[in-house]
Design a protein around this ligand. Structure first.
Ligand code: URA
Length: 210
């Protein structure tokens, strides 16, 4: 990837994101839209994957055909909202290895607290795509990247749906080596750490918990 931040301005992404932002959008529609956008964002984040060739036989002739090079990708979801992106991306890259990082945000300090971490082996040999729909303060994302690096990951990309300028700045400072792909960068965070105008609590909206 070139550059730290890529905003995917494709009309389909932007249209779907608008539908997701609307408070009246029902849970099932929200989840479906998130899955669809996740695939369009995954297209962008995998654009420069290394390729090799292998010999195949078409019905007419042998040929050297392009295939992905190297070990299987690792997709790592930050629980629980990351799972809304995971389903769609995994459908596109079905052989990817999958990991989960459980972090919740302390409502007082807004600092991430880890409660779960299970990630694939050999992270040092894999491209890792970290998934979380909302890059808000950047604290959880930065912590998750730290955990991945502690486990050997050295090629990490972060895929999110929406970002706040504060989160982008935090990641640029803490992990300038981790490119971010998102559908939009909104205005700001409010006093509770929510992205404004945003779409509300992504987990609640996708799982109908509020
Ligand atoms: N997490 C969310 O789900 N929404 C926000 O606006 C910020 C963090």
């Amino acid at each position: 990837m070139t550059g730290h931040l890529t905003v995917v301005t494709h009309p389909l992404v932007q249209h779907k994101l608008t539908l997701m932002r609307e408070a009246a959008t029902p849970t099932a529609v929200f989840r479906q839209l998130l899955k669809e956008i996740s695939q369009l964002l995954a297209y962008e984040i995998t654009r420069e994957l290394p390729m090799t060739t292998r010999t195949i036989e078409t019905p007419l002739a042998p040929m050297q055909a392009p295939v992905l090079a190297g070990k299987k990708l690792a997709l790592v979801s930050i629980l629980r909202a990351g799972n809304g992106l995971l389903d769609g991306v995994l459908e596109l890259i079905p052989s990817a290895r999958v990991g989960f990082i459980g972090l919740y945000r302390d409502p007082e300090t807004l600092q991430p607290v880890q409660y779960y971490c299970k990630v694939p082996a050999d992270l040092e040999d894999r491209l890792v795509i970290l998934l979380d729909p909302m890059l808000a303060t950047g604290n959880s994302t930065a912590r998750a990247v730290e955990l991945l690096k502690e486990r050997g990951a050295n090629r990490i990309r972060f895929l999110c749906l929406l970002a706040a300028p504060e989160g982008v700045a935090r990641m640029a400072a803490a992990h300038p080596d981790v490119p971010i792909v998102t559908a939009a960068v909104d205005e700001r965070l409010n006093g509770h750490g929510y992205i404004v105008p945003g779409l509300g609590d992504a987990g609640d909206r996708m799982f109908g918990t509020k």
